[in-house]
Design a binder for this molecule. Sequence first.
Ligand code: KIV
Length: 257
Amino acid sequence: MTALAKATALRRRKGGRPISALTAYDYPTARLLDEAAVDVLLVGDSLGMVVLGFPDTTHVTLGHMLHHVAAVARAKPQALIVGDLPIHSYDTPAAALETARQFVAAGAEAVKLEGGLEQADQVRAITAAGIPVIGHLGMLPQRVLEEGGYHKTGKSPAQAEAILAGAQALVAAGVCAIVLESVVPETARAVTAAVAVPTIGIGCGDGTCDGEVAVVTDLIGSFPWFVPPFARPEADVAAMIREAAVKYVARVAAGRG
Ligand code: KIV
């Protein structure tokens, strides 16, 4: 399936079978998640925290992202490969388009960017070039320094209206889906009901969006040092790695390789 066909199929899932999305940053993880029939593989800029060891996503560069998008693309997944545009790589429509083109050259089939009304021209520039775009509203990790931390949003009427206006602007500009992050359930539900494209929630409560996205390390328990309160791990890979390494060290100490 072409990138555009995959993005169109994603958009048509509005109100239908819930969309499953997971982050992936490398070839083996992308292959394994694709075998599980996940719909979307997001090469998120969460990469900066859970793979590269930075304190937040503001340290992530275009070079980092392209390197990892290419690794995920080598897995040739059935899932839609979405690349997250890093901070300051889409400050103007021309910059956004140039960055999106580099993502596509690296193997991305769609790109994601953070923000609402102020990103409408950027989204228009990218979609006009035939590259699908996913929006991202609510808590915006690239603004964590200005916001002073990761906070729930959409609580007050003003916040809820801003998210809704942002969502409508993104839809008018041509996004095929919108990620809602850490938006209170009532607002996530209202935005989902109001917009024509699927919403994909993280930290917004059960059944409030058209799908869910999770950071893969939160799902498999491989990054135990920062686990968001809404994470629901299905495995404890950190414990397995520690145990295997302890057994290996003991084996070597006993003279066995
Ligand atoms: O970078 C990321 O992993 C994301 C998800 C939290 C949606 O943007």
